[in-house]
Design a protein around this ligand. Sequence first.
Ligand code: CA
Length: 270
Amino acid sequence: MPVAAACDLNQQVYIGVSLILDVAMRTDKGVVREQNEDAVGGDPDTGLVILADGMGGANAGEVASGLAVDLLVSQLVTDRRQAGDGDGIGRQDLLDAMQGVNQAILELSQQIPEYLGMGTTLVVGVFGERCLIHAHVGDSRLYRLRSGLFEQLTIDHTLIQEMVNLGDFASIEQALLAGVPTNVLSRAFGSEADVEVDLTETDTEPGDLYLFCSDGLTGMVTDQEMQSILENQRLDLMQQADELVDLACEMGGIDNVSVILVRVMPSDAK
Ligand code: CA
């Protein structure tokens, strides 16, 4: 069943009797902010997960991230089902839908004065049989834990990351020391007529664990701390999602915190 924006969820996805994916999502406004401008959603049954981190005055950020999630679900799941399109979601479907999100946010922000300048990040995953298409714009991230290796699969679209990419600084740490701010996005939905989306297709392996998250997590919790929670076998997937959010809040929770965890189940899982 498609999930509306801003829902917490834990769902197992079966094909026949085989458990193939375990999905947990959680979003929280954190400790300091009064509103939650993040949104999570998707349609685990078709392997679709979406995380958005909105920005803008008043409740505009919330509107932008919610619109992004809802629009992607309706274009990639609901509309296709109604049209009887049984094919999986492809790369071009995803790119087209993400451009549609950009247009919709731009149009709404031009129509309603309070929404002027609103925008959102997006990180989206489409899990198929033994593969994952992931796409993102902004600083919401995707990580993968595989055989003890915890790796960031996305590269942030931020000023600080672009300066490192261009060779202005040798590392993020050096740019930080020079006073470059971390929170300036170089790409987002809702800022220009065309947005460049980074899209990658990769193989998945049984046992892989994927973490989609907003910068409210990565700004508060180190990669090592994230990895140790994801490697804690005493916790089920939803508990791991809760632990990540709780730790971000304990460390200050200055921003909204969202996580989506997707475990690719071993083929003998029931
Ligand atoms: Ca944020």
